[in-house]
Design a protein around this ligand. Structure first.
Ligand code: GLC
Ligand code: MG
Length: 246
């Protein structure tokens, strides 16, 4: 891979994808400087479902894909085994899943969404469910099980190894590529993107962001985080201009 100057890491659903016209404008912009930019998609989707979306929405081929909320990293169709080994340490999937089963409010997502380093559920957005995540975290900690819980879109609950998530995965790639903070831009719209904004990088929050990300921005946002005026890919383009001048 030739030496790249910039690292652009973007979520897909409701960030790069969501406004087809804006996605195509983004593609054109990026294509004109493709050799300078390392393009990474960071998504909650499985790798197979990401490939389907890339074909369906005519997205550019990425240099790497962070799939399953950081639980897997792919270069083309090849799983990054170093990352997989890193996540496997101190991760007891069976014990964590059986503990989570004690919460009937947590409805398992389909088998396609599960992988060796990701256990995913749906939680109905009801008032009586508001403390479930906290209770689950307490039970995990109490049982000495290392894991993190990520809540997105008021509905999705992902349980991952503590060393996983989109943010840790992107920092792993950033270090490998030796791209500095000011040349790294992350883009997202929901809770599973928060870990990316927590890294030493620049970040753009698209105008259509979910309440959990906006709440995070109000509490923890800095001058490194740009709240875009445009939705979806339009917001990414705005952020590239804001931070990089193009
Ligand atoms: C995607 C994944 C799902 C996950 C959600 C939030 O929709 O398919 O498994 O729970 O993102 O991270
Ligand atoms: Mg999204």
């Amino acid at each position: 891979m030739p030496k790249m100057k910039f690292l652009l890491v973007t979520d897909l659903d409701n960030t790069l994808v969501g406004d087809d016209e804006a996605t195509q404008v983004f593609n054109q912009r990026l294509q004109s400087m493709r050799s300078q930019i390392c393009l990474v998609y960071a998504t909650g989707r499985s790798h197979a479902s990401t490939c389907e979306l890339i074909a369906q929405k005519q997205l550019l081929a990425p240099d790497s894909t962070i799939a399953g909320v950081g639980s897997e990293i792919y270069q083309d169709a090849t799983l990054d085994l170093d990352w997989a080994e890193h996540l496997s340490q101190d991760w007891d999937k069976m014990a964590i899943a059986s503990l989570a089963q004690q919460f009937p409010q947590l409805q398992p997502q389909s088998l396609k969404e599960q992988n060796p380093w990701k256990i995913s559920y749906c939680l109905e957005p009801a008032a009586e469910n508001s403390s479930i995540i906290q209770e689950l975290q307490q039970k995990l900690t109490g049982s000495g099980l290392a894991a993190q819980i990520i809540f997105s879109s008021n509905r999705d609950v992902d349980i991952l190894p503590q060393t996983s998530n989109k943010g840790n995965a992107l920092t792993y790639l950033q270090k490998r590529l030796q791209i500095p903070s000011e040349a790294t831009l992350v883009c997202g719209d929901s809770g599973n993107d928060i870990s990316m904004f927590e890294q030493d990088v620049r970040g753009v929050i698209v105008a259509n962001a979910m309440s959990e990300l906006l709440a995070w921005h109000r509490e923890c946002g800095t001058e490194n985080h740009y709240l875009a005026g445009s939705a979806c890919a339009g917001g990414i383009i705005e952020g590239m201009t804001y931070f990089w001048g193009f």
